[in-house]
Write a protein that binds this ligand. Structure first.
Ligand SMILES: Cc1cc2nc3c(=O)[nH]c(=O)nc-3n(C[C@H](O)[C@H](O)[C@H](O)COP(=O)(O)O)c2cc1C
Length: 172
């Protein structure tokens, strides 16, 4: 039987080229809502999400993220910050929220990607007015894909990364 959630996971790809097409407001809102609804350790929700849609601000983001200059051409982007004092839990929680947002976006045909990483986006934190209690984990550019997405993943074979019951026992 078809499983839409699995299909979304199977076909989700890192999308780095975006069509010149804005995101409808309700679609953009649903994406950040997917982040807000995500579970976190002890339900502390130690995060903040900034939805960026203005072109000048997207260009600024593109200039600040060394590994994500293409954010400048996205229809929108979400800056994902976590409370620094929550440490690894904060990173784990915010990472899970990113996956929720990427999958929710994909459900509406919107491509996305993860750019940057914790401890390396201080320039983004300062530029976008996030208080010092936060660290920016990542910026997630969003946009309808410029090209048709093939969805062919390059992954290690299942048998190499999954065991049954004990390490090394193949899953039949
Ligand atoms: C934690 C994490 C950090 C990433 N950082 C970047 C990044 O800074 N820039 C970028 O273009 N892609 C980044 N990516 C995207 C990965 O390179 C990409 O998902 C991976 O190569 C697999 O490709 P696929 O998602 O299209 O299957 C990141 C992905 C993850 C999960």
């Amino acid at each position: 039987m078809a499983n839409e959630v699995f299909e979304a996971v199977r076909t989700l790809m890192a999308i780095r080229q975006y069509a010149d097409r804005p995101l409808p407001a309700d679609v953009a809102r649903r994406i950040v809502e997917a982040g807000q609804l995500t579970a976190s350790a002890s339900n502390i929700q130690p995060w903040h999400f900034i939805l960026v849609r203005e072109r000048d601000a997207l260009r600024k983001l593109g200039s600040l993220i060394r590994t994500g200059p293409y954010t400048a051409n996205a229809a929108a982007a979400v800056i994902v910050a976590y409370e620094k004092e929550k440490g690894e839990f904060g990173i784990s929680d915010a990472s899970r929220a990113i996956q929720s947002m990427m999958l929710a976006a994909w459900g509406d045909g919107v491509g996305s990607n993860w750019t940057g990483f914790a401890g390396r986006l201080e320039n983004v934190r300062v530029e976008f007015g996030l208080p010092d209690v936060y660290d920016v984990l990542a910026v997630v550019p969003l946009g309808y894909p410029k090209q048709k997405v093939i969805g062919k993943k390059k992954r290690k074979p299942l048998g190499q990364v999954v065991s049954a019951e004990r390490f090394g026992t193949p899953l039949s």
